[in-house]
Design a binder for this molecule. Structure first.
Ligand SMILES: *[C@@H]1O[C@H](CO)[C@@H](O)[C@H](O)[C@H]1NC(C)=O
Ligand SMILES: *[C@@H]1O[C@H](CO)[C@@H](O)[C@H](O)[C@H]1NC(C)=O
Ligand SMILES: *[C@@H]1O[C@H](CO)[C@@H](O)[C@H](O)[C@H]1NC(C)=O
Ligand SMILES: *[C@@H]1O[C@H](CO)[C@@H](O)[C@H](O)[C@H]1NC(C)=O
Ligand SMILES: *[C@@H]1O[C@H](CO)[C@@H](O)[C@H](O)[C@H]1NC(C)=O
Ligand SMILES: *[C@@H]1O[C@H](CO)[C@@H](O)[C@H](O)[C@H]1NC(C)=O
Ligand SMILES: *[C@@H]1O[C@H](CO)[C@@H](O)[C@H](O)[C@H]1NC(C)=O
Ligand SMILES: *[C@@H]1O[C@H](CO)[C@@H](O)[C@H](O)[C@H]1NC(C)=O
Ligand SMILES: *[C@@H]1O[C@H](CO)[C@@H](O)[C@H](O)[C@H]1NC(C)=O
Length: 857
């Protein structure tokens, strides 16, 4: 049979031209960005994902029940991608019924498909004969998952007819983008099945010509060979016929690997008719393990009577100390990465998988790998903990604790004297100490982690346990996010603070866990200790922290020693009396004050705008101070009233903070401008020429008044973009960003102070030297003192703001001063001004007599 519809489809040859076309069009930057990943992979000419042959025989479909095709006659070479009627297809990875796929014995692959991250993997090809899904075949082919949801296969000729590769367009395909599983592959060196059949020994002759046959065994996974408890291996040199308890003794061709080689593939051979490798040559995988033993991924031989041979290894005497353990447990922990935010399903699934682990002993790196994944996943839970209820958090915490304790218990290995294992991960530190019958210590060393340590009488406990026991001690850095200090329920309403890392101490693989002496834990405080607080040693009971059985032994400012009469999960919690919540009275006072302030601001502004001043007095600055402060106070009031609505919209909150910053700053700049204008005015007075010069135009002033503040805000955003948007939609006070406001304010206050000194001095000297224009002089003097008063009223509350920390009295004073700025301005400039008072009188009488308002004099 010839394959007429194989089309050579070297896709990578096309790729560069496509890219160059896109690159020429420089406006299509976006398209280029999207093509870039393709370019980098296409550059790798050997990547089978872009260098495959298309195999589009529609007869390969799993739904095809006609047969007669055989793939034996095709000269296979390189990589293939399957299509059926133009649809992308893949080789099924589950058993396919006989007489499907246009052939008698359809070929499928065993072991599942890889993910894109896995790269090229090897999978066995199986042929279903009806009785056995994998009777024929089990030769390996290369398989690769490609970006874009398709697979390519490095196909080889099947060993028999009629068989052909199947194709399925079904959607078993795992999308490369949706979920990328993290797989911690177990080291087969620790998860093998023990095969201790004495008849396999090289020297044992079969009693009858034909006896043992390995085809009846359902082989699966990795095997380690023993002969009567002695470490053994499959011979890698020719074995005579009729040895090893069978007719055709199977040996491996190509020698054994070293530990560094990792997993290698070796052909299995069987002697017949003078040829050492007449039968067999199907490959199996072989691995050398540390401590001098080999493991084999054995497969069923094709025929009877054949069996794997074994010879005792004399590499070392370890076989006497190793207790052959039947650990067939396969640890295959997978975590779907797609489940990051909110979803706690993946952690649950992960923890369930850990619960299902049956292995009693695991190597340290497997344990730490799994723990890393667990704490990574639990961190995601605690990050989104705002959405999880306390009960859920507690339940996750408990499960995570259980899983960690189970995992760390697999590090306990029997020992004659004493041994210890320890590891340090970002989220958890662990120490295991084991003692055996021949231990010479009379007290085990203190088990310590960075911030805690434990004293336990393990020797005493071992005496009650046939001289064997072990203690596992863990310190969890991030656990307080799940097992919160608030879960400590006390009658007193106090603020609870976690003062230590959460630790757990257990006695794994110890049957009698009764303590002979109280255990003592030393915690280093991870937070500042408040002398007024009270410390409690607590332990975790299912859903809450409780005290029973634990007590504080002694404590100083940096460490606390707790003593407990049982083992479990412990922590140190500090209780401090909760400060009373901000009183409603204060809030009401604030609201009233700000509203009163706003009313007077509006009145003052109205007066300034409507009423004319005596010539020569520029009130642009004053009006703008009022506008800035009025808007700022109004915005602040509205923000605080609707904080619960605004807070969730972070962008809005930041924008409001920026606007407030700008408005308050511009008020200060205007205050400075006012002082400068006054200074110029006073200077002009002292000049003989009393010609009034309009030194600065109003337009120019506006530019300075607002642009300066705008520049400060822009620079602040540029330097620290995340500085805005505190809890109250104001500048974040931590990390010193508040100085972007306080800094300019201090500078302006300082400059104003200097200006006022100069003004007062100039005024004094002018008064002495001149006696002309007395009325104007007097007016200016009054103006200076009013401006000075305004400066004090507007500037000083902010200085007060520095010291409000905690003091309620100061806070109230600050609140009153700050909110009453409008009232003060109104008082100083309007009520204490004869002219304006007169105007008010006029207006009032106007209003009362019903005539049109004529405010202007
Ligand atoms: C077994 O050990 C002996 C001596 O220790 C050595 O002479 C012999 O070559 C070893 N046999 C094998 C198969 O390694
Ligand atoms: C754990 O084992 C139980 C029963 O053996 C099974 O129902 C469950 O699906 C397993 N969980 C996982 C995640 O493998
Ligand atoms: C832990 O999670 C982060 C993202 O949340 C990820 O980048 C990192 O690779 C994860 N680490 C492990 C070991 O899974
Ligand atoms: C813990 O401290 C108590 C009181 O000081 C002491 O009696 C006990 O022996 C200590 N336990 C250990 C294991 O040292
Ligand atoms: C805390 O304790 C009080 C009684 O002391 C009880 O009414 C309350 O339900 C407890 N809260 C929790 C969350 O257990
Ligand atoms: C709780 O309150 C009682 C009396 O109100 C007091 O005696 C006790 O010390 C308080 N406990 C703590 C931990 O503050
Ligand atoms: C130990 O405590 C210090 C604070 O005292 C903390 O910064 C550090 O992260 C802690 N280390 C561990 C591993 O918990
Ligand atoms: C621990 O919690 C369980 C269930 O909430 C409760 O029945 C048990 O009494 C608690 N143990 C102690 C010592 O309080
Ligand atoms: C506090 O106690 C710990 C252990 O009990 C000790 O190591 C430490 O030096 C003490 N610190 C001070 C300041 O006394």
């Amino acid at each position: 049979m010839t394959m007429t519809d194989i089309i050579l489809h070297k896709r990578f040859l096309k790729a560069p031209s496509t890219i160059s076309v896109i690159m020429q069009d420089s406006t299509l930057i976006l398209a280029f960005l999207m093509v870039t990943p393709v370019m980098s992979t296409a550059a790798n000419l050997t990547d089978p994902c872009y260098n495959y042959t298309v195999l589009s025989d529609s007869w390969r479909s799993v739904n095809n029940t006609n047969n007669g095709y055989c793939d034996n006659s095709v000269s296979w070479s390189g990589w293939y991608r399957l299509f059926i009627n133009g649809l992308s297809a893949h080789i099924p990875d589950t058993c396919v019924a006989v007489f499907r796929c246009g052939t008698s014995y359809p070929l499928w692959i065993r072991g599942g498909h890889p993910t894109v991250q896995d790269g090229v993997v090897t999978r066995d090809v199986c042929g279903n004969t009806g009785g056995f899904c994998c009777y024929y075949g089990s030769y390996p082919i290369g398989v690769k998952a490609c970006p874009g949801d398709y697979y390519v296969y490095e196909l080889r000729s099947p060993t028999f007819c009629n068989s052909a590769y199947c194709a399925d367009v079904g959607s078993v395909i795992i999308s490369s983008t949706a979920a990328t599983p993290v797989i911690i592959t177990p080291d087969p060196c620790y998860t093998y099945t023990v095969l201790d059949d004495p008849w396999r020994a090289d020297s044992s002759q079969p009693s009858k010509p034909v006896t043992k046959c390995d085809t009846s065994v359902s082989w699966s996974g990795w095997y380690r060979l023993f002969i009567n408890g002695l470490n053994a291996h499959i011979p890698d040199t020719c074995v005579e016929q009729y040895s090893c308890g069978t007719e055709i003794a199977l040996w491996i061709h190509g020698g054994h690997p070293t530990v560094e080689d990792g997993v290698v593939t070796r052909d299995v051979c069987g002697y017949a008719g003078g040829y050492c490798c007449f039968y067999g040559s199907f490959p199996i995988r072989v691995k050398a393990c540390p401590r001098n033993y080999y493991i084999y991924e054995l497969l069923r031989p094709y025929f009877c009577t054949s069996a794997y041979c074994a010879v005792v290894s004399n590499m070392s005497s370890i076989s006497t100390t190793v207790t052959p353990q039947t650990s067939s447990a396969v640890i295959n922990i997978t975590l779907q990465e797609g489940c990051s935010n909110q979803s706690s399903g993946c952690l649950k699934n992960l923890l369930e998988q850990i619960e299902n682990i049956t292995a009693q002993e695991l190597p340290l790196n497997t344990v730490t790998d799994i723990l890393t994944v667990v704490f990574n996943a639990s961190e995601k839970i605690s990050v989104s903990s705002s959405s999880a209820s306390p009960a859920q958090l507690a339940s996750y915490g408990t499960k995570v604790l259980k899983s960690s304790e189970k995992l760390i218990s697999t590090l306990v290995k029997p020992t004659e004297t004493s041994a210890n294992v320890s590891f340090t991960l970002a989220a958890v530190e662990g120490k295991v100490f084991m003692v055996g019958p021949q231990v010479t210590l009379d007290k085990i060393p203190q088990l310590d982690t960075t911030n805690s340590s434990v004293d336990i009488d393990l020797i005493g406990i071992a005496k009650n346990n046939n001289d064997r026991s072990a203690v596992a001690f863990m310190s969890y850095t991030t656990m307080e996010n799940l097992l919160k200090a608030d879960f400590f329920n006390t009658t007193n309403d106090t603020i609870k603070t976690m003062m230590s890392t959460v630790i757990s101490a257990t006695l794994p693989k110890t049957s009698n866990t009764a303590l002979t002496k109280a255990v003592n834990f030393t915690f280093r405080h991870i937070r500042e200790f408040e002398p007024s607080g009270s410390l409690s040693c607590v332990y975790w009971n299912i859903s809450e922290w409780i005290v029973d059985g634990c007590s504080v032994l002694n404590s100083n400012s940096s460490h606390t020693v707790c003593s407990c009469v049982h083992l479990s999960t412990f922590a140190l919690i500090m209780q401090t009396s909760s400060s009373p919540p901000p009183s409603d009275l204060l809030e009401l006072l604030g609201l009233v004050c700000v509203i009163v302030g706003l009313v007077f601001f509006s009145l003052a502004l109205l007066s300034f705008a409507l009423c004319q001043w005596s010539p020569g007095v520029n009130n642009v600055a004053r009006i703008n101070i009022c506008i800035s402060l009025l808007s700022a106070h109004l915005l602040f009031l509205l923000t605080q009233q609707f904080l619960s609505l605004i807070r969730p919209q972070q962008v809005l909150c930041v924008a409001i903070a920026g606007l407030l910053h700008f408005l308050f700053l511009s008020a200060f700049v205007w205050m400075f401008i006012e002082a400068v204008l006054l200074f110029i005015c006073v200077k002009n007075l002292s000049q003989i020429s009393s010609k009034k010069r309009e030194v600065l135009s109003s337009g120019f002033l506006c530019v300075i008044g607002y642009v300066l503040a705008m520049v400060v805000v822009c620079v602040s955003i540029g330097l620290v973009p995340e500085g805005y948007g505190s809890e109250h939609c104001w500048i974040k006070t931590d990390e010193g960003f508040i100085w972007s406001f306080l800094g300019p304010v201090c500078v302006i206050l300082a400059l104003n102070l200097i200006l006022f000194f100069k003004i007062v001095i100039t005024l004094n000297s002018t008064l002495k030297n001149l006696n002309a224009e007395v009325s104007q002089m007097k007016q200016t003097k009054v103006m200076v003192f009013k401006t000075l008063g305004q400066f004090v009223v507007l500037g000083c509350p902010w200085i007060l703001g520095f010291f409000t920390n905690g003091s309620e009295v100061l806070e109230i004073v600050f609140l009153i001063f700050n909110s009453q700025q409008g009232t003060f301005i109104f008082l100083i400039y309007c009520l204490l001004n004869n002219e304006i008072r007169q105007q008010y009188k006029n207006c009032f009488t106007c209003l009362c007599s019903g005539h049109s308002i004529k405010c202007n004099k």
